[in-house]
Ligand binder design. Structure first.
Ligand code: GLA
Length: 732
C-alpha cells in the first residue's frame, strides 16, 4: 500500500509487516526517514528535525543550519553539497559533474510495470483479483541542466518486499554522460550494523561472509561481465546480534546478471548508506538528447525475524513474482546428466545404456551435456558451430530424443550460445564478432572467446542458431552455460567515446536473446549455469527457473554452498546432483545416502556413470528417487528454514504450503568422540497441532518438536546424514 500524506509531504510505503517512509524537505531534497517493522502515524519528519547540526560540513542553499550531508538523502547526487558516496554521478559537455536534483512531482500507479529490456519482479496477481501491488513514482528535476530522474518504488504487500529502480531522462539539447547510476540506495541514521555478503570462487560459491561495519566503505562488486562466482549481487545489513530467527535484517538483491556493485558507507556522522546497481568502474553511458536510461531494479527486503525471515520473503517473491510462471509451479523433472559420467567421451551406445539405467531407477529427464555438436571432443573447439555431430551420436538429435521418449524420459541438451571457439567455422567466418580490443591479441579462457552481444547481427545469429536446434519439439530442457568472463572489453561497433557502455549493452543483448527464446519456446525448461554458480542471480531466474548451483558436486562442500544460496534463492531454483565417489572435484568419499539427502534440499538429479553401479547401488538410487517424488512438492512450494549451519553440522527443513507435511535434513560432517546427546529443534510448526514422525509411532505437538526437538542420532560416522518426514495428524 502507498499512502500519500500531502500535508506532511510524506510517502508511507507499507507491506504486510514493513514500512518505508520517505519525506520531501522544504529544500526539495527527499530523505528516507524510516525502513523497518510496520509503524503507524502521520508525522515522522521529527526524525530529521532532531538532528544536531554537525560542524565543518558545507551549508545547503546558503542556510548555515541545513547541512545536507548529515541527512539520510534518499538518492544522493554528487557534489552539491553532499560529499559522501553518490548514487548518481553525471558529467556534462561543459565538464561539470555537479547535478542539483530537487523533487518535482509524484504519481501512484497501480500494479508493477516491467522495465523495458530488463528482467523484473512482476505483478502477477491472479486475473480479476485486486492487486495489492502498487508503484510510487517520484520525479526529480535539475532544471538548469535539463535532467529528470524518476525513482520507482513498487510495493508487494503480501510478499513483504519493495523494489526500487531509477530512470534518467535527458531533456537538454546535448549529451549527458552517466558515470554512475545506482538502482537503489538507503541511508540509515545509525551505524551499528553487521554486513552479510555471499562470496567465493569457482566450486566454492556462496560463502556467507559477515563483518561488523566501521567508519569507511565496504564494497562487493564484479567487473567480469557476469555477476560472478566471487560475489553475489546481494548485501544485507543486520543488527549486530541478529541470528537466523531474531533481529532486524535489511537485504538488497539486484535483478541483474552483469557487472555490479553493492556498497555500504559508514560516514563521519555515524550514519550508514547502502546502495546497489550497475558497476560504475569502467561504466559511462552517453545519454543523448531526448533519451531515457533505465537501471535494473533492486529488491529490498526487511525482516525482524532474522535471516530465515529474510530468506522466506525472497524465496516466495522469486517463486511467485519472478520465475517464469509456467515453470514455478510445475514439478521439476529428476535429471540424469551425462557430464560427470562420460565428459566428452561418449557415443550412441554409451548414451542409450545410461538412459536405460536412468529410466530403470525412475529418473524423468536425460540431459546430454557438452560435446554433441561440431567436432567437439574436448573444450578446444566448435563453440558457435551448433550443428549436430551425427556421426558421434549415431543419428540425429531428434532421433536420439525419440529414443529417450521411448524410455519414458524427457530429453535435454547443453548449450553455450554466448561463446565461440577460435577453432570453429563461426569464428573463421566472423572473426570480428568477438569482444576484443584493437592492437591486442584477445585472451582466451577455456579456449574460447565471448561473442559481442551488443551487436544486432550477432544476437540474430545466436537466436536463430539456438532456435534451429530447439525447433522440432524433441527438446524439453536446455542447460544454458557460460564458461568465461569478459576480458578485452571493446566492441567494434561502438564509437571510441562509448566503449564503457559495452558491459551493460552485452547484458541488454543477452536479455533480449533470452526474452525471445523463452517466449518462442515456453515449454522448454531452461537451466542457467556459468561454470556452476557464476551467474546465479535474480536476473537469470527471471528466464531460467533453475540454476546449477556449483560445479562442485561433493555433498559436504555443497552443504556450505547451498546454505549460502538459500539465504536468497528458493530451493526450487537450486539444481543439485548426486555424483560418484570419490568425488571428481575434491576426491572425498561420502555415503550415497548423504549425497541423496543433500541433493534433495533442491531439485534432485544425478550425474554419475549409472552403468557402473552395483545392483544394490541402483536399488538405493531407485529408492531415493521414489521417495523424492513423494516429497518434492514440499521442497518446491514450501517454506524453508535453516536449522543449523555450523562448521560441523548443517540442518534444514521445508514445510509444505498447506502446513501438513514437513521434510527435514541433517548432516554431521565429522564424527565426534564422547558427545553429549543433542536434539534438533524444528521451526515454524503450529504449536498446538499434532505431528507424527514418519516411520515411527511417535506423535507430538508442534511445540514439542520446536522446543524439545527430536533426538539426533549422531552416529560414530563421518558424513553421516538423516532425513525425517513429519505429517500433521488429528490429536491422537
Ligand atoms: C561447465 C558446467 C559443467 C559442464 C561443463 C561442460 O563447466 O558447469 O556442468 O556442463 O561446462 O563443458
Amino acid at each position: 500500500m502507498i499512502e500519500v500524506l500531502e500535508r506532511e509531504r510524506t510517502f508511507h510505503l507499507s507491506t504486510e509487516h514493513t514500512s518505508m517512509i520517505l519525506h520531501v524537505m522544504e529544500s526539495g531534497h527527499v530523505v528516507s526517514l524510516y525502513w523497518g517493522g510496520k509503524v503507524y502515524g502521520k508525522e515522522f519528519s521529527y526524525i530529521v528535525d532532531e538532528l544536531k547540526k554537525a560542524s565543518y560540513l558545507a551549508w545547503t542553499d546558503g542556510n548555515r543550519n541545513f547541512r545536507l550531508e548529515q541527512y539520510p538523502v534518499l538518492y544522493p547526487v554528487f557534489g552539491n553539497p553532499d560529499l559522501r558516496s553518490p548514487a548518481l554521478h553525471l558529467r556534462y559537455e561543459d565538464g561539470s559533474r555537479i547535478t542539483n536534483l530537487r523533487y518535482s512531482s509524484y504519481r501512484v500507479l497501480s500494479g508493477k510495470q516491467k522495465i523495458p529490456g530488463l528482467p523484473t519482479v512482476m505483478d502477477r496477481s491472479e486475473d480479476g483479483k485486486e492487486s495489492d501491488e502498487a508503484t510510487l513514482e517520484l520525479v526529480f528535476a535539475d532544471r538548469s541542466r535539463g535532467i529528470r530522474l524518476k525513482l520507482l518504488f513498487s510495493v508487494f504487500g503480501k510478499h513483504d518486499a519493495i523494489t526500487q529502480s531509477a530512470v534518467l531522462i535527458n531533456d537538454s539539447k546535448g549529451s549527458v554522460w552517466v558515470e554512475k547510476v545506482m538502482s537503489a540506495c538507503f541511508s540509515f541514521l545509525a551505524d551499528e550494523f553487521d554486513c552479510i555478503t555471499l562470496t567465493g570462487a569457482w566450486a566454492r560459491e556462496f560463502r556467507r561472509t559477515r563483518q561488523s561495519l566501521r567508519q569507511g566503505k565496504f564494497l562487493v562488486d564484479s567487473r567480469r561481465g557476469a555477476s560472478g562466482h566471487g560475489q553475489n549481487p546481494f548485501l544485507a545489513l543486520t543488527d549486530p546480534g541478529c541470528t537466523e530467527d531474531t533481529g532486524n535484517v535489511y537485504g538488497m538483491n539486484l535483478v541483474y546478471s552483469g557487472s555490479f556493485e553493492a556498497s555500504v558507507e559508514v560516514d563521519m556522522q555515524h550514519n550508514t548508506r547502502m546502495m546497489m546497481g550497475i558497476q560504475s568502474f569502467d561504466f559511462s553511458w552517453e545519454l543523448h538528447s531526448g533519451e531515457e536510461f533505465y537501471t535494473p531494479e533492486a529488491v529490498l527486503v526487511h525482516s525482524d525475524r532474522g535471516l530465515n525471515g529474510m530468506s522466506q520473503i525472497f524465496h516466495r517473491l522469486y517463486r511467485e513474482r519472478l520465475m517464469p510462471p509456467n515453470w514455478a509451479e510445475r514439478p521439476r523433472p529428476i535429471a540424469v546428466n551425462n557430464w560427470e559420467a562420460t565428459y566428452f567421451d561418449f557415443d550412441r551406445k554409451k548414451l542409450l545404456d545410461l538412459a536405460d539405467e536412468a529410466a530403470g531407477i525412475g529418473a524423468e529427464l536425460f540431459v546430454l551435456d557438452d560435446g554433441w555438436f561440431g567436432h567437439r571432443n574436448s573444450d578446444g573447439s566448435s563453440l558457435g558451430d551448433w550443428k549436430v555431430n551425427e556421426e558421434k551420436l549415431g543419428g540425429s538429435l531428434k532421433n536420439l530424443g525419440q529414443e529417450m521418449k521411448e524410455r519414458g524420459l524427457g530429453f535435454g541438451i547443453w548449450m553455450e550460445p554466448e561463446m565461440v571457439s577460435p577453432d570453429s567455422d563461426l569464428f573463421r567466418a566472423h572473426p570480428d564478432w568477438i569482444i576484443a580490443a584493437p592492437l591486442e591479441e584477445p585472451q582466451v579462457a577455456r579456449n574460447q572467446y565471448v561473442l559481442d552481444l551488443s551487436r544486432k547481427c550477432v544476437r540474430e545469429f545466436v537466436i536463430e542458431a539456438v532456435a534451429e536446434i530447439l525447433e522440432g519439439g524433441v527438446i524439453d530442457y536446455v542447460k544454458w552455460d557460460m564458461n568465461r568472463n569478459i576480458t578485452d572489453a571493446f566492441s567494434g561497433e561502438l564509437f571510441p567515446g562509448n566503449q564503457k557502455e559495452l558491459m551493460h549493452r552485452y547484458m541488454l543483448g543477452l536479455y533480449g536473446i533470452l526474452e525471445e527464446l523463452t517466449e518462442r519456446f515456453p515449454e522448454i525448461l531452461f537451466e542457467g549455469c556459468a561454470g556452476g554458480g557464476g551467474r546465479y542471480d535474480p536476473g537469470m531466474l527471471y528466464y531460467m527457473p533453475q540454476i546449477w548451483v556449483s560445479d562442485d558436486t561433493d555433498a559436504i562442500e555443497r552443504l556450505r554452498i547451498q546454505d549460502g544460496a538459500s539465504l536468497i534463492y528458493p530451493s526450487v531454483s537450486m539444481s543439485c546432483h548426486v555424483s560418484a565417489v570419490p568425488n571428481h572435484q575434491i576426491g572425498r568419499i561420502t555415503p550415497l545416502k548423504t549425497r541423496g539427502i543433500v541433493a534433495m534440499q533442491g531439485v534432485l538429479g544425478y550425474e554419475q556413470d549409472l552403468t557402473k553401479c552395483t545392483e544394490e547401488g541402483k536399488k538405493e538410487l531407485a529408492e531415493q528417487i521414489g521417495y523424492y517424488k513423494t516429497v518434492r512438492h514440499i521442497m518446491q512450494e514450501g517454506t524453508f528454514y535453516r536449522l543449523r549451519a555450523g562448521e560441523n553440522d548443517y540442518a534444514w527443513m521445508h514445510i509444505s504450503r498447506d502446513g501438513s507435511e514437513i521434510l527435514a535434513g541433517y548432516v554431521q560432517v565429522m564424527a565426534k568422540p564422547n558427545t553429549v546427546p543433542e536434539r534438533l529443534q524444528l521451526k515454524g510448526l503450529e504449536e498446538k497441532a499434532w505431528y507424527a514422525l514418519e516411520g515411527t509411532d511417535i506423535v507430538r505437538t508442534g511445540s514439542q518438536w520446536i522446543h524439545c526437538g527430536l533426538e539426533l542420532d549422531q552416529s560414530m560416522e563421518d558424513y553421516h546424514a538423516v532425513q525425517w518426514g513429519l505429517r500433521r495428524v488429528e490429536m491422537p
